[in-house]
Design a protein around this ligand. Structure first.
Ligand SMILES: Nc1ncnc2c1ncn2[C@@H]1O[C@H](COP(=O)(O)OP(=O)(O)OP(=O)(O)O)[C@@H](O)[C@H]1O
Ligand SMILES: [Mg+2]
Length: 294
């Protein structure tokens, strides 16, 4: 299974590009897509889901150009859009049965599948309640269920964990790992820890361009020797923070414990620490900013 994004650009109004000359090779497993607001993640996912067409470049699924033959992928595709809306007066069962029928799934197979998904997503108890009476996180889980209706070989989920409470977020992570066997899963998020456990590959996007695509260990390795920690008095902290890329701070009675991304030692008291994926993300983003502004 292979999805190839080949020099894809998407031009929106005027001269504005949502994506610019972006290439990716995606194989079986989970690809975590990271990037700030407006980076182009949803634009890319809409193109991969054949909802919109790129202005230039092409996307191929197992050698077939899906920008020209979108039907080659639609039957095996599951997609959760970022702005997923539900039919407010239907309940979860009615809604999922309706979508299954539209997608041409056999009624009996669909009923069984819907029942499984309702259990899998912890929705069984609320399955008969109108969707507009469910909480945000429950609606989001109905959205995840609809993306899984046809047991898709290509699953694209755009910020699926938004609104999920910590317990449901962990359930979702585990579900992703279980699902990732024989399919491609593409997942975008702002919460780096959501993909730390499940993503085989990571792609970072910024300003419509690819910053890096690599497996997690390579991404982490790039920031080894660049993450520093030290404790400094609270009053001096306000001064130094302006010049630093700060990963985290913890206030204590002794002062502020800071974690900083820097190529060279930022202070004589600072010592190197093992990077997390969040540190590595900040490292790539700050290096990318320096590159684009110099
Ligand atoms: N339909 C559209 N028309 C014009 N501009 C658009 C359209 N959709 C997206 N854009 C612009 O393209 C850029 C990329 O948007 P996109 O939604 O792909 O980003 P994103 O990475 O998904 O951001 P977020 O993290 O906020 O969801 C943004 O500047 C956005 O304003
Ligand atoms: Mg988005």
């Amino acid at each position: 299974m292979e999805l190839i994004v080949d020099s894809v650009s998407k031009k929106y109004k005027g001269d504005f590009y949502g994506l610019r000359d972006l290439s990716l090779t995606i194989q079986t497993g989970v690809l975590g897509l990271l990037g700030p607001n407006g980076a182009g993640k949803s634009t890319l996912m809409r193109i991969l889901s054949t909802i919109i067409q790129p202005t230039a470049g092409k996307v191929s699924w197992n050698g077939i150009d899906i920008t020209e033959n979108p039907n080659a992928v639609r039957g095996i595709l599951g997609y959760l859009p970022q702005d997923f809306g539900v039919y407010p007066h239907l309940n979860a069962v009615e809604f999922l049965e309706y979508l299954a029928a539209i997608r041409g799934l056999d009624h009996r197979i669909a009923r069984k599948r819907i029942d499984e998904l309702l259990y899998l997503l912890n929705l069984h108890e609320v399955r008969k309640k109108p969707l507009n009476s469910l909480s945000g996180g429950m609606k989001q889980r109905v959205g995840i269920a609809q993306a899984l209706l046809n047991d898709p070989k290509l699953l694209i989920v755009d910020e699926p964990t938004v609104g999920l409470d910590p317990e449901e977020r962990i359930r979702f992570r585990n579900l992703l790992s279980e699902l990732s066997g024989d399919r491609i899963v593409i997942l975008s998020t702002h919460i780096v820890s959501d993909i730390e456990a499940s993503a085989t590959d990571i792609a970072i996007v910024n300003n419509g361009r690819l910053v890096v695509q690599a497996d997690q260990s390579k991404i982490l390795a790039a920031s080894v020797g660049k993450v520093w920690e030290w404790l400094l008095p609270s009053d001096t902290w306000m001064e130094v923070r302006k010049q630093l890329v700060v990963s985290s701070t913890i206030q204590s009675s002794e002062g502020v414990r800071v974690r900083v991304i820097a190529d060279i030692q930022p202070s004589a008291e600072s010592h190197l620490v093992t990077p997390t994926l969040e540190d590595a993300y900040l490292y790539y983003m700050s290096a990318n900013k320096q590159e684009t502004t110099s």
